[in-house]
Design a protein around this ligand. Structure first.
Ligand code: DLL
Length: 436
């Protein structure tokens, strides 16, 4: 009989006990950060708070927020709270140096992270009898190593496939009898399509569950994946800044993700005013990591918009639930699983054109795969250049975009004045995907 919980004591803890645990850990964490991170101490001093003011989670609101801009200012070591000699790993987001987030881990941090992912795998029915195929990208991205570590911890036979080479994924899945698939939901949908294109049906594979996250996906997409692969599909959430996947995970009820509250305190705020909103309100998700040693974050603004709800879940867990992210309070797009800021694209355009041309980023979803096009308006001079020159420019832009983002965009050089002008803010991004 499959184990229901990885850590029953924590996952089913009564609220007063959880609050006491959070309070104790928060007090310790604030002191750790104050003592070891001058950047944090300065921010706290600016807000007139010292560790003595933080006696428990009711005082959380007194602490300053931390944002991606702080992470950039402090890049790469400014938020490090442990000596590098105590750190055993880094992971990072995609993007240029300026936008890159580099997270550091001590061995305890890696253990905590793997424990969170082990809870997610267990909630999806995983045990040491399972064969877990990890088809998230390996490397700096947290998806591959996060699910890999959790799978090891549970004792699954772990297939470290990384993403890509889809026919080979399916071959391995069949040959080794994979029972759990971990990858982005769009890749899961693509694996499902390929399985059918290869002439197979879900009866030809042994998969029973999938753990999918790292990008927004809809309930329709869930049903489609479940049908094409013959599995139950579970959502998993996380971000590099807070370790990676496993901050929150879905249980069999498939209605929101339980947050690992013993490690992460969640708040919802109004993204414009920073005011803390009552439970059940829609707003920006903020996390405080209370057990991370090397790279602790106090009140980190995720920019993900969602709703928190606490109530009895049929799975028996008492951990608070977050809804699927419903959007962002900044301009970050997730295209083909990669975090993209329009400003990164602008940097390439300025470099190649020596000025910002009129441009538009068009994102759509065909089937279950994202399409990504950058339309760039040529100036009248350039328009009269020879086809060969225009072709060379197109190739250069395409290569520069891949270099900076790690994904390919269709580059469309368009006629002068063909991109609609706006009287207010230029509409730089057209996102036609329906993600919520
Ligand atoms: O995407 C970590 C991860 C890997 C999560 C594998 C789940 C599975 P980042 O690359 O730093 O980290 O991107 C974090 O991705 O702020 C959300 O906007 C988005 N995101 C992550 N999980 C989900 C999800 C990883 N389940 C950003 N649904 C976050 C919707 C998600 N969006």
């Amino acid at each position: 009989m499959a184990k229901r919980y990885w850590n029953e004591k924590i996952e089913c803890m009564e609220l007063p006990d959880m609050r006491a645990l959070q309070s104790e850990r928060l007090v310790k964490q604030v002191k750790h950060v104050w003592d070891n991170v001058p950047y944090y101490r300065k921010k706290m001093e600016e807000k007139g708070v010292t560790p003595d003011d933080i006696k428990g989670i009711d005082d959380l609101h007194k602490l300053p927020f931390l944002s991606k801009a702080d992470l950039r200012d402090a890049y790469p070591y400014g938020l490090l709270a442990k000596p590098l000699t105590d750190c055993v790993r880094i992971q990072s987001t995609s993007g240029t140096t300026g936008k890159r987030v580099v997270a550091f881990y001590t061995q305890n941090d890696v253990d905590m992270w793997e424990d969170c992912v082990a809870r997610a795998i267990t909630a999806a029915g995983g045990t040491n009898e399972d064969v877990c195929q990890v088809a998230y990208g390996y490397g700096l991205f947290t998806g591959g190593s996060g699910l890999h570590g959790g799978s090891h911890k549970v004792g699954c036979l772990t297939l470290p496939m990384s993403s890509g080479n889809t026919e080979r994924q399916i071959q391995f899945m069949m040959d080794l009898g994979a029972t759990i698939l971990c990858c982005t939901p769009s890749y899961a949908a693509y694996i499902g399509e390929t399985l059918h294109d290869m002439g197979y049906t879900p009866d030809d594979i042994k998969l029973k569950a999938g753990i999918f996250g790292a990008e927004p996906w809809t309930e329709e997409m869930r049903r489609e994946i479940e049908r094409s692969l013959g599995i139950k599909a579970y959502d998993i959430y996380g971000l590099t800044e807070t370790s990676g996947p496993g901050v929150a995970f879905e249980c069999e009820e498939q209605s929101g993700m339980h947050i690992n509250e013993d490690n992460f305190i969640a708040e919802i705020i109004d993204p414009d005013t920073g005011e803390v909103l009552p439970e059940g309100s829609k707003g920006e998700l903020v996390f405080t990591s209370i057990t991370k040693e090397a790279f602790p974050l106090l009140r980190y603004r995720t920019r993900d918009i969602c709703v928190l709800s606490r109530g009895k879940c049929s799975c028996g867990r008492t951990l608070i639930k977050m809804s699927k992210p419903m959007g962002r309070s900044d301009d970050m797009l997730i295209i083909k699983g990669v975090n993209v800021f329009p400003s990164q694209i602008e940097t390439v355009l300025i470099k190649d054109f020596k000025a910002t041309p009129n441009y538009q980023i068009v994102v759509d979803r065909v089937g279950n795969a994202d399409t990504f096009e950058i339309k760039i308006e040529l100036s009248p001079d350039m328009f009269s250049d020879t086809i060969k020159d225009v072709f060379t420019l197109e190739k250069k832009l395409s290569a520069d975009i891949v270099q900076i983002l790690g994904i390919k965009a269709k580059i469309s050089l368009v006629e002068p004045k063909s991109i609609p002008r706006s009287e207010g803010k230029a509409v730089r991004v057209i996102d036609r995907r329906k993600l919520v």
